[in-house]
Design a protein around this ligand. Structure first.
Ligand SMILES: Nc1nc2c(ncn2[C@@H]2O[C@H](COP(=O)(O)OP(=O)(O)OP(=O)(O)O)[C@@H](O)[C@H]2O)c(=O)[nH]1
Length: 300
């Protein structure tokens, strides 16, 4: 049998800190989480209230989670970021960078000073969080150019289409395809072609706003999605981009062959049943630009 003294030692040896918190946010007790490579010592918080030590917005979030766990009586699992600078009264020993925590919050079946309480176990998941972020970035990114890939474009367009349906916020789209890349590949080699594709990506990156999604759609085809942008404004941006391609891709010319871009431009319209309809219209405009002799912009 484990005696009370041993129970205390077990609680102190818990790898992750376990807080007992009251409904009003009082730190009633803190156990475990003693390794300063992972955690700051939380014992100085005992007797204080969350709202005394954490800024109001974050403190409110903590209080809401306590409420939720007390109401549901079920295990609540939440991820959050916190640094020792966010919490008054913690000492400097412990990780310097903000920590990502997974909080596991469970209502307890007794009162402390007449108040309901929860057990809040806070596990440091910073490494996992970082890895997840890197994986997300990799799965959204085109390797050659660093632009977004088709998967990310489709994700963003789904959200933009919802905004369009709900709030009539228009999203415009360019779809463009390089002209004559095959000739450069065939005469100067595939690496020269890669360099052109990268140069195009750099131009796109420097021309777009933060909210826009520039994506390599495949091969020598690119798409830019611009939320909150109508057709007229999109046409102006397309002209500007097209001019820059003309100026900056000139240096890759081979004999009389110049790499240019054919661009189809459109915007979401009420008859579009999904973002795919918008993309298809832009693609038809691109096809028209190609068949009219390339190196031009066609709106649809
Ligand atoms: N170097 C390089 N070439 C690529 C890459 N992806 C696609 N291409 C080439 O891009 C060309 C695309 O085909 P097309 O669009 O028919 O070729 P194009 O000469 O641009 O023809 P037009 O669009 O009609 O002007 C093919 O030659 C592909 O091999 C890539 O990642 N690197």
């Amino acid at each position: 049998m484990i005696n009370l003294e041993q129970m205390d030692l077990i609680l102190e040896a818990l790898p992750d800190p376990a807080f007992i918190l009251s409904r009003s946010g009082k730190y009633v007790a803190v156990f475990g989480g003693r390794d300063t490579r992972y955690y700051h010592d939380g014992t100085g918080l005992i007797g204080l209230y969350i709202s005394d030590v954490i800024k109001p917005e974050k403190a409110n979030w903590f209080l809401e989670q306590i409420d939720k766990a007390l109401e549901s009586r079920k295990l609540l699992v939440e991820e959050y970021e916190l640094s020792n600078r966010d919490v008054k009264g913690l000492d400097d020993d412990g990780p310097k960078d903000p920590i990502w925590f997974e909080g596991r919050i469970q209502a307890l079946s007794f009162l402390v000073d007449g108040e309901e309480v929860v057990l809040w176990v806070a596990s440091n998941i910073s490494e996992r969080h970082l890895l997840e972020g890197k994986l997300r970035e990799l799965s959204d990114t085109d390797q050659l150019t660093g632009l977004f890939n088709r998967r990310k474009l489709e994700h963003d367009l789904t959200l933009h289409y919802e905004s369009f349906v709900r709030y009539s916020l228009p999203t415009s789209i360019f779809i463009f395809d390089l002209d004559n890349l095959k000739k450069i590949n065939d005469t100067k080699g595939h690496l020269a072609g890669d360099e052109i594709i990268q140069a195009v990506a750099n131009i796109c990156r420097s021309a777009i706003r933060k909210a826009d999604t520039a994506c390599r759609f495949g091969g020598d085809e690119f798409v830019i999605a611009m939320p909150n942008t109508g057709l007229e404004q999109a046409m102006q941006l397309a002209e500007r981009l097209h001019d820059r391609f003309r100026q900056e891709l000139n240096r890759f010319s081979v004999e009389d062959t110049v790499v240019t871009a054919s661009i189809g431009v459109t915007t979401m319209m009420p008859e579009d049943r999904s973002y795919e309809d918008t993309l298809k219209r832009a693609d038809r405009a691109l096809y028209e630009a190609k068949s009219m002799g390339k190196d031009r912009i066609v709106p649809a």
